[in-house]
Design a protein around this ligand. Structure first.
Ligand code: ATP
Ligand code: MG
Ligand code: MG
Ligand code: MG
Length: 476
């Protein structure tokens, strides 16, 4: 089943159930304190929070999302994209737990011939908040899940709150079992990759106060109008329905991966490290395409900086695959062709997208060339002194020349010279601490829009650099 078909079935199903179909909002959220749209609920926050009366009782959407906090997972897990689409159904004081559970079960298990997604019930598991007896009873009543496939989990995974006084409530998540060859038995409670989370149902049920942390607060009582917010990952369902191994192999993403492999002369599936790079390239090219289409351009701060890091990581990954020249002109049109059926704007605005992306590539390739000169002389000096490339040189290259550490390590390794990773890592940490302090100071100057920020417990989407550096399997 093509991704576009799952998209269409989702909207059709919920429209038939009385939901107003709302087009995807931009990746750039209206709220200046939220960097990107990180979930389907973001455009509905004013209605969910009760600040603005909802113009409908029920709504559905397929929302474009960017999650930079998943950047380190991309290509390594089968299920994390920096860009992805979240299918959502929302109730604003209308149906509640029973409706949400019944709709989810019906759509997932109705056969493909009858317009559903055609999942076999025996491949599905659900988790519920351990004290949510109501949800457990409803799953028992409205699904064919045996009790052992309804698992109870704690507040850390199955509770939604903003971290502020206001609405909160339990969640129930639906997982797909990839099968015994993918991991251990025991269901999603094992946290094993064998079970892929496909859909999260959030029951906004309580009003809370005395909030000490996201999981520690006092429940004042039931909300007068309870809401439903759900999110199903379109790419996750697509990869399962398309019988491929991960979300980078679906129809909307795979063509870019193939083109990158072709340019690099690699065969996908032969080498794990190369496969991860190819998946990162395919993911980030698509994110770049979609971000530029929504008006973001590369820059040194905010959203533009995220875009810049994504685009540069594509170039870097291509380089690690052995391709040193420009390649965006080969990759972006392929991503456009894969995405334009769902998002015609990427074709209409392609001239603008191309210009922004290719200019960034040109600049970064120049940066790389000059960084390599600095590194070459540092490597020579280290070699003759029988020493390591100093950590502060690696940091300077990274910080001032935008020269990625992975490349420094690779080049030094080729010359048989180590890099002082300890000093580098501590300089990076200092820089991250500074960025965090800056962000905090800035936050104090803004209007309090905290409810938008802590949506779904995601925290801020501020990007403070790659959290962890991994090179050839070694964590720095
Ligand atoms: P995970 O635990 O796998 O990281 P999550 O709990 O962070 O997922 P939610 O915040 O519950 O995800 O988002 C709702 C749904 O959106 C998920 O069930 C999943 O199907 C999808 N989703 C979330 N993050 C991503 C991502 N980075 N790439 C693709 N799909 C995603
Ligand atoms: Mg996540
Ligand atoms: Mg999860
Ligand atoms: Mg979840």
């Amino acid at each position: 089943m093509q991704t576009a078909e799952i998209h269409r079935r989702w909207l059709d199903f919920f429209e038939k159930k009385g939901h107003t179909v709302v087009p995807s909002a931009s990746l750039v959220s209206d709220d200046p304190s939220l960097m990107f749209t990180v979930a389907g609920m973001v455009p509905f926050v004013p209605y969910l929070s009760g600040l603005v009366p909802a113009p409908f009782d029920r709504a559905t959407s397929v929302q474009k999302c960017i999650r930079t906090n998943d950047i380190e997972e991309v290509g390594k897990t089968p299920r994390h994209g920096t860009f992805f689409q979240m299918c959502g159904n929302f109730s604003f004081g209308d149906y509640f737990k029973e409706g949400a559970i019944r709709f989810a079960w019906e759509l997932l298990t109705t056969s493909e011939a009858d317009g559903g997604l055609g999942f076999a019930p025996e491949d599905l598991w659900v988790t519920v908040y351990e004290e949510d007896e109501e949800a457990i009873a409803l799953w028992r009543e409205h699904s064919t899940l045996p009790d052992e496939r309804i698992q109870r989990l704690g507040k850390d995974t199955n509770y939604w709150s903003t971290g502020q006084p206001g609405p909160a409530g339990p969640c129930s998540e639906i997982f797909y079992d990839l099968g015994p060859e993918y991991g251990v038995d025991g269901g999603p409670a094992t946290d094993d990759d064998r079970y892929v989370e496909i859909w999260n149902l959030v029951f906004m049920q309580y009003e809370v106060a005395d909030v000490r942390s996201k999981t520690d607060f006092t429940i004042l009582g039931e909300l007068p109008r309870k809401n439903i917010d759900t999110g199903m990952g379109l790419e996750r369902v697509a990869f399962i329905k398309q019988g491929v191994q991960n979300m980078y192999e679906i129809d909307q993403v795979r063509p870019v991966l193939d083109r990158a492999a072709e340019i690099a002369g690699k065969t996908y599936g032969e080498d794990h490290a190369d496969d991860v790079r190819l998946r990162v390239i395919a993911d980030h090219v698509r994110s770049g395409l979609m971000l530029i289409a929504d008006g973001v351009t590369p820059s040194n701060e905010g959203r533009g900086y995220i875009l810049r890091r994504l685009l540069r990581r594509v170039i870097l990954s291509m380089r690690l695959l052995g391709v040193e020249g420009p390649c965006f002109a080969e990759l972006f049109p392929v991503s456009r062709d894969a995405m334009q059926a769902a998002y015609p704007a990427v074709a209409e605005d392609f001239a603008f997208i191309e210009r922004a992306a290719y200019a960034e590539e040109k600049t970064f390739l120049r940066t790389l060339a000059s960084g390599i000169q600095i590194l070459d002389s540092a490597v020579d000096a280290a070699k003759s002194a029988n020493a390591a490339v100093p950590g502060d040189t690696a940091f300077l290259l990274h910080d001032t020349h935008g020269f990625p550490i992975e490349l420094t390590l690779e080049i030094a390794e080729e010359a048989g010279v180590p890099v002082d990773a300890e000093v580098f890592t501590s300089l990076m940490q200092e820089q991250r601490d500074r960025a965090k302090a800056d962000a905090k100071a800035k936050k104090g100057q803004r209007a309090d829009l905290s409810i938008y920020k802590e949506l779904r417990g995601l925290g801020e989407t501020l990007f403070t650099g790659y959290g962890e550096l991994v090179h050839e399997g070694r964590v720095l």
